[in-house]
Design a protein around this ligand. Structure first.
Ligand code: COA
Ligand code: NAD
Length: 719
């Protein structure tokens, strides 16, 4: 709704009211139209102020109404009505003016923003473009290059930047509505001819064609296969080259395509999935969100290698005091430098003061005695981690939460080393830990809801999206990754090359194919884990038993490369070759191709032609199948948890929504049929055998993803 009030006799104030962000639902749009007409018809009203309730101007279109049948006045003519009004209309922007909210403000004749306000056109992140005139008005106001950057990235800008760009006319430290009313009084009766943005010519740089070409290249590179950024560039080109009315027609044409695309649905699903993951209950019924987190002031990080350094930075940036422990003196010296460098660069980028004094370094574990929470990040070695948990349990003050950053070791086994296993949880960060948005919070059998709630909360403070998952080997992300990697190895055995597999996955939209990714993170990491678990024995890498482990097909290819010290980028050789150790540019390696041929020869494997479709089917459906098993086992509470983990932690293309959402888009029938087919061809690969839950869902008529939980809970007899 929109509340209509009159102040100072002659100024009408229209206040948008739709908590929590005053989104422009059908009812709100109708109400703005009604109140606007009233203001324009009342003779004593000389000017109008539009603002939002509770210090928030407007969060844009109501995303909950997308795809529904709710109808109301269209936003485009509504904004046009405001712009063409004969009385001045001033937008008082507090809090946020995003998407349709900013488009509404651009229809007003003046914009006054509070200094803390954030403005932006983030539609592209939801698979859309600013379709209520934003793609035509913003470039007319601030020029093509700046509008291109804002609209194709969806970036929010501060009020100060908005003022510099010319989006707002004034920034105030005081109450923006009061300032807008005062301003509205001062401009009553003045001509509005120069204030209607749609009448402005679009300021274009002289090399406008080159600007658009570069922009198009950039968006295509950044989001492979995403259609919204491309449509945004096309809409802006229309603004630059066509009169306003025709530009608006083009904007409508483009948004209509986007609105019906699967990509917009996928991105909107991601938006909501990301917001609800922290709230859901576990399959056993415990609800983390109702358990109060304990306040944490001081935290410790034990082990300052790749992960510990990033975690230390993220904790310090979130305002925690940190005790950083590293037993290796050389590592400690390097870590100090690395952490300071990351913090300095971070402070510069974010424009905030540097706070190095929040960290105390130590080569001994004793200073952790009085911290509230410890995050262990030493080598992935169970024996070492067990010793550290015994030590921590003995020396930390009572109640200290003990967390581990293990990539997949048993949390219960670690908890069993402590006097208070209820205080132990997994906090699985992703590299680089100060950058990556994902945190898997792993609860063991005895973890208390408060311990989980506290870890979830700390993650949030560190600007992460925390997802609570159950304890099993590899948790959610790495457990699924195993099935995906395995298929990639099998494809090499059957005739593919790393280049072919990566190309197929990158065309699908992954930022990096599986082999490039493996080279980046290091082949030795998984190798060490496999060696520790007894899966790798040198004598079993060749000969007839090399390709079988525990009765199932196994590929020793990764182990064989590690035997040759080919660990990936760090050694300059892996699945690809690099100019030098640490090099970044992957180049196909003839040695590897010869090695694969010899390997196939040794094992009597005949290379066949493998196409992109088979790569996608085998890798993605194996991954998805494991996802269904994870749901069935109750390791993830819902498909959204898995999808958020894959999008934020594993480079799954956001415009495909996440693996489980993608399965629904492709059709569960089809996923089942393909898995059945491939399992028939490869009966020695259990991961290709369709999981019971997938069969159950198909038998239930393939319900939409939001209804999967109901099916998961139902016993078979009720299907
Ligand atoms: N329509 C409907 N609901 C919206 C919304 C919108 N445009 N924007 C936010 N919400 C809801 C969220 O779903 C959440 O609801 P919940 O509490 O039921 O989960 C609530 O508002 C708060 O949002 P949240 O993101 O948790 O809060 P925040 O303070 O971290 O961020 C925003 C607020 C507005 C910055 C953020 O929600 C956002 O970016 N919204 C989308 C804005 C947008 O893209 N608009 C253009 C639409 S085309
Ligand atoms: P790393 O080898 O880079 O660093 C481990 C550090 O721990 C070393 O600096 C080592 O000196 C130190 N250390 C060893 N014993 C110690 C002790 N007793 N006290 C204090 N410090 C000690 O390892 P990493 O890649 O940072 O991984 C650390 C943990 O994080 C592992 O459990 C790993 O599985 C997990 N992890 C790694 C990644 C990744 O991509 N690297 C991602 C997620 C999780």
């Amino acid at each position: 709704m929109a509340l209509y009030t009159r102040v100072s006799g002659s100024v009408s104030v229209i206040t948008l009211q739709n908590p929590p962000v005053n989104a422009l639902s059908a009812a709100v749009r109708q109400s703005i139209l009604n109140t606007m007409e009233r203001a324009l018809s009342e003779p004593e009203v000389t000017s109008v102020v539009i603002c939002g309730q509770n210090g928030k101007f407007c969060g844009g279109a109501d995303i909950k109404e997308f795809g529904s049948n709710v109808r109301g006045p269209d936003l485009v003519p509504l904004i046009h009505r405001i712009e063409s009004a004969a009385k001045p209309v001033v937008a008082a922007i507090e809090g946020i003016a995003l998407g349709g909210g900013l488009e509404l403000a651009l229809g007003c004749h003046y914009r006054i923003a509070h200094s803390k306000a954030k403005l932006g056109l983030p539609e592209v992140t939801l698979g859309l473009l600013p379709g209520a005139g934003g793609s035509q008005r913003l470039p007319r106001l601030i020029g093509i290059p700046a509008a291109l950057e804002l609209i194709t990235t969806g970036r929010h800008v501060t009020a100060t930047e908005a003022l510099q760009l010319g989006i707002v006319d004034e920034v105030t430290e005081r109450n923006a509505v009061d300032a807008a009313v005062k301003f509205a009084l001062s401009i009553a009766g003045k001509s509005l001819d120069s204030r209607r943005i749609s009448t402005y010519p679009c300021p274009c740089p002289p090399d406008v064609d080159a600007v658009f070409e570069t922009a198009m290249q950039r968006v295509r590179q950044r989001a492979r296969g995403a259609i919204a950024p491309v449509a945004c560039v096309q809409a802006l080109r229309a603004a630059a080259t066509l009169p306003y009315t025709q530009g608006m027609e083009k904007e409508r044409e483009l948004i209509n395509v986007l609105l019906t695309s699967g990509q917009a649905r996928a991105l909107q699903y991601c938006f909501f999935a990301q917001r609800v993951v922290g709230r859901w209950s576990t399959p056993s019924g415990a609800r983390w969100d109702t358990s109060k987190p304990r306040p944490i002031h001081r935290a410790a990080v034990v082990g300052l290698g790749t992960m510990g350094r990033g975690i230390t930075v993220a904790l310090a940036q979130a305002g925690f005091s940190v005790v950083a422990v590293e037993t290796n003196e050389k590592q400690l010296t390097e870590a100090k430098q690395a952490v300071s460098g990351m913090l300095e660069r971070g402070a510069k980028r974010r424009g905030v003061p540097l706070s190095l004094n929040k960290i105390i370094y130590s080569h001994k574990i004793q200073p952790v005695t009085d911290v509230d929470l410890v995050i262990e990040a030493v080598f992935e070695d169970m024996a070492l981690k067990k010793t550290i948990f015994q030590q921590l349990s003995a020396i930390c003050k009572p109640g200290t939460f003990l967390c581990t950053n293990t990539s997949g070791l048993d949390i219960d086994e670690l908890a069993a080393q402590t006097q208070n296993p209820e205080l132990v949880v997994g906090m699985h960060f992703f590299a680089p830990a100060h950058v990556m948005k994902l945190l898997e919070v792993v609860y063991g059998r005895k973890s208390s809801p408060q311990a989980v709630a506290t870890a979830m909360e700390i993650g949030k403070k560190m600007d992460k999206v925390s997802v609570a998952v159950g304890n099993c080997s590899g948790f959610v992300g790495n457990r699924m990754l195993k099935s995906y990697l395995e298929q990639a190895f099998f494809l090499l055995e059957e005739g593919a090359t790393p280049e072919l597999v990566d190309e197929a996955l990158e065309e699908f939209g992954f930022a990096m194919g599986v082999f490039r990714m493996s080279d980046l993170s290091g082949l030795d990491v998984g190798w060490k884990v496999r060696k520790a678990s007894g899966l790798v024995a040198i004598e079993a890498l060749t000969g007839p038993s090399a390709r079988v482990r525990e009765g199932r097909r196994y590929s020793p290819l990764g182990d064989l490369l590690c035997e040759q010290q080919r660990f990936g980028q760090k050694t300059g050789r892996g699945w690809y070759q690099y100019e030098k150790p640490g090099g970044r540019v992957a180049v196909p390696d003839p040695w590897l191709h010869r090695f694969l041929e010899e390997y196939r020869g040794q094992h009597g494997l005949v290379a066949r032609r493998i196409d992109h479709q088979e790569v996608l089917d085998r890798c993605l459906y194996a991954l998805i199948n494991e996802g269904f098993r994870i749901l069935e086992d109750g390791i993830a509470a819902g498909p959204e948890d898995i999808d958020v983990i894959y999008v934020l932690g594993y480079g799954w293309p956001r415009h495909h929504g996440g693996p489980m959402f993608y399965a629904g888009m492709v059709g569960l029938n089809k996923v089942l049929e393909r898995l059945e087919h491939y399992h028939q061809v490869h009966p020695d690969v259990p991961n290709l055998q369709p999981c019971c839950l997938l069969r159950k869902l198909v038998a239930s008529g393939s319900p939409p993803i939001q209804k999967w939980r109901e099916v998961i809970k139902k016993p078979h007899s009720q299907l």
